[in-house]
Design a protein around this ligand. Structure first.
Ligand SMILES: *Cc1c(COP(=O)(O)O)cnc(C)c1O
Length: 352
């Protein structure tokens, strides 16, 4: 067929590129210093990431999943509590709720926007509900104005899953600053990726940030003095240094994603597939999603031409066996009637 292969993603920094040089200089700096966990790089990255995300505080943690679980823990949400979230996301969104000891409750999605539907949230609220976890899926923010009104009316916390939405804005407001806190992931495929795992919490609440700093480090107040049962979930110095090297370029990379998304929209305007509408110009296109009623055939057609695609996500979260204990049959069947999007994603370029 064709000689040209279009991989879904290419994660190696291009040899000799600016990214490659910046990342290597960061790694060398950490090795030369000989300080590898919770040191000056993490502290500097937290300050820089908070500024970049428009938040007053950021706390580096081990993963995006831990970021969600730690926020819930810090808010005192756990055993006996419900957190309303979306059935369409990386399963980690719901697994993080379970890690905190709470139960995920699935509210259906908006058919076009593909994020949690505020009307369905309102219908899912019970006396056990403590928080709403919207996911800014594929980089498009959830309908935060409507979600904030519901949360205020029912005195619920909003915890934002921003793992696919670095620099996204909802109606002009930075994600991760609209609810009580935001959870970010730096898994290598994310819009800002490390060379390993990493995550962060953003918040404008100083006390919450302090609590999460304790909880990520075993609940220590002073070295070897554990005040509460925390966990071990620290961003390491190497990843923090790499993220510091990349953060200044995130704005330009995001512009590239948006430009490519516009080009895809134009090019696909007459193709026999549907492209979900952009409902907020703050979309950062973590993925570029298309929907097709002939998904398998289309995927094979593109694969034959060297173009890789992936399905995001093949199984709705409540249908995952891992969720069987918390997603009762009624809940699961309600969501199987839901518009499980027959979507799959083309690469949303990550230029270096
Ligand atoms: C990646 C991702 C997570 C989990 O982040 P990790 O750093 O892999 O733990 C959670 N939610 C969403 C929406 C994600 O895309």
């Amino acid at each position: 067929m064709t000689a040209r292969r279009v991989p879904f993603l290419s994660l190696a920094p291009g040899p000799g590129s600016e990214d490659d040089m910046a990342v290597k200089a960061a790694i060398d700096r950490v090795i030369a210093r000989g300080w590898f966990v919770l040191g000056p790089e993490v502290e500097a990255f937290e300050a820089e990431f908070a500024v970049a995300m428009g938040a007053t505080h950021a706390v580096g943690v081990g993963t995006g999943t831990d970021a969600i679980a730690l926020i819930l823990r810090a808010l005192g949400i756990g055993d006996g509590d419900d957190v309303i979230t979306t059935p369409l996301s990386a399963a980690y969104s719901a697994l993080a709720i379970m890690m905190a000891g709470a139960r995920p409750v699935f509210a259906d999605i908006d058919r076009d926007r593909l994020t949690i539907d505020p009307e369905h949230i309102e219908r899912s609220i019970t006396p056990r509900t403590r928080a709403i976890l919207p996911v800014h899926l594929y980089g498009q923010p959830a309908d935060m104005n409507a979600i904030a009104r519901i949360a205020a009316r029912h005195h619920l916390a909003i915890v934002e899953d921003c793992c696919q939405a670095h620099l996204a804005t909802s109606d002009g407001r930075p994600v991760g600053t609209i609810g009580v806190a935001g959870a970010f992931s730096f898994y290598p495929t994310k819009n800002l990726g490390a060379l390993g795992d990493g995550g962060a919490v953003t918040t404008n609440d100083a006390a919450l940030a302090e609590k999460i700093k304790r909880l990520r480090n075993g609940g220590q107040t002073d070295r070897y003095h554990h005040q509460e049962p925390g966990i071990n979930s620290r961003l390491d110095e190497m990843q923090a240094a790499i993220l510091r090297a990349r953060l200044p370029r995130l704005r330009a990379w995001t512009d590239t994603r948006r430009r490519l998304a516009r080009a895809y929209r134009v090019a696909l305007a007459r193709a026999p597939i549907s492209v979900p509408p952009e409902r907020d110009s703050g979309h950062v296109y973590h993925l570029f999603v298309v929907r097709s009623t002939a998904r398998r055939e289309l995927q094979a057609h593109l694969a034959a031409r060297g173009i890789e695609t992936l399905i995001h996500y093949p199984v709705p979260i409540p249908h995952q066996p891992a969720l069987a204990a918390v997603a009762p049959a009624a809940q699961a069947s309600a969501s199987s009637r839901s518009p499980c999007p027959r979507g799959f994603t083309l690469r949303s370029h990550r230029s270096r």
